[in-house]
Design a protein around this ligand. Structure first.
Ligand SMILES: [Cu+2]
Length: 382
């Protein structure tokens, strides 16, 4: 299945690129051009413009009719990103954001993605959809050099939230992923989500949270190193990666991307669906002050959701979904409940909820006040 282009890329084109891009081998490129094209001319087509996470493009929760071909475009952008004050990452991104945008379709739809590798980029890239079947998730049919584009179509046969990521071969795979090249797709059941009893359930909004572990190298003085381009960053970054201790664990590309002025907003009574992906490493989301009312912990909607969870588990290389109806106003922290990663390394988001406080759910019976230690408090001890 070696194509002429693949053979050429194995020799001439690769030679022009930095050494670290040569890892993609010929067997990772498939030629399916001899296979009769499938006739989908009876299907409607719809274009969806992808948006920057945590937002999600407009979509219906219940499919409006027969399966469609849903067209997306994505551009790969290599760029420097400040992931924390003074810490710079030579990032590789789907559509300029970390994570890449959340795509939404329905079970039975066809996802048709055109992937552009900008001529300004240095690296080969592709896309592996965990939601797709065959050809390394589409990776073998989408490997594009800078200045090339490719279009992949796959049938979304399994409902759920799934990771996609770049997987251009060999050691390029983990490097591209921890440099930001991962996102998620949500394949909704045609009749929408269902609760633990199989009854229809709707969400009022979706927040897409993509978690990343970054491995930013430090110099001999302990300061973060800054590099001229993505290629120059590779050797030092690889060394930190192979130590398996991230310098940063963040939501949506940087420390503070979803806190303070960037906090997520919701209203009391709203049902919010949190879609959370981690392409490389396990994580355990927890909503401080709230719960997961219905949690598809492994993200797959053919399975009944768990109820009332306090913390849930997202296996590295997967995306999960949790639905919560906000009952109290205030600031909630949505964290990775490895609290070192949440607080010291960055994996925290805030949700600011407007509404009226409910003293039945929680009341401050006595505000903090000084007490007489000689008379009070002793009865608490065993
Ligand atoms: Cu890539």
């Amino acid at each position: 299945m070696l194509t002429r282009r693949a053979a050429l890329m194995g020799a001439a084109s690769f030679a022009a690129l930095p050494a670290m891009t040569r890892a993609a081998s010929a067997e990772e490129i498939m030629d399916t051009s001899m296979v009769e094209p499938v006739d989908l001319s009876n299907l409607k087509r719809i274009k969806r413009k992808l948006v920057r996470p945590p937002e999600v493009h407009a979509h219906e929760q219940v499919a409006p009719g027969a399966p469609r071909i849903v067209e997306f475009e994505m551009q790969i952008v290599e760029k420097e990103v400040e992931v924390d004050n003074g810490a710079y990452l030579q990032a590789m991104t789907f559509n300029g954001s970390i994570p890449g945008p959340l795509m939404v379709v329905h079970e039975g739809d066809y996802v048709e993605l055109t992937l552009f590798n900008s001529p300004e980029n240095m690296m080969q890239h592709n896309i592996d959809f965990h939601a797709a079947t065959g050809a390394l998730g589409g990776g073998s049919l989408t490997l594009v050099n800078p200045g090339e584009k490719a279009t992949l179509r796959f049938k979304a046969t399994r409902p759920g939230t799934f990771v996609y990521h770049c997987a251009p071969g060999g050691p390029m795979i983990p490097w591209h992923v921890v440099s930001g090249m991962a996102g998620a797709i949500m394949v909704l059941p045609r009749d929408g989500l269902k609760d633990h009893e199989g009854k229809p359930v709707k969400y009022d909004r979706v927040f897409y949270i993509g978690e990343n572990d970054f491995y930013v190298p430090k110099d001999e003085n302990g300061s973060y190193k800054r590099f001229a381009d993505v290629g120059e960053s590779y050797p030092d970054t690889l060394e930190v990666m192979n130590g398996l201790i991230p310098s940063h664990v963040v939501f949506n590309g940087k420390v503070g991307a979803l806190t303070g002025d960037n906090a997520l907003q919701a209203a009391q009574g709203e049902k919010v669906l949190f879609v959370h992906s981690q392409a490389n490493r396990d994580t355990r989301p927890h909503l401080i002050g709230g719960h997961g009312d219905l949690v598809w912990e492994r993200g797959k909607f053919n399975n009944l959701p768990e109820r009332d969870l306090e913390t849930w588990f997202i296996a590295g290389g997967s995306a999960g979904a949790a639905l919560y109806k906000f009952l109290q106003p205030g600031v909630y922290a949505y964290v990775n409940h490895n609290l070192i990663e949440a607080v010291n390394l960055g994996a925290t988001a805030h949700v600011v909820v407007e509404g009226d406080w409910n003293n039945d759910l929680m009341e401050q019976v006595q505000a903090p006040v000084e007490y007489n230690a000689t008379h009070e408090g002793r009865t608490a001890l065993p």
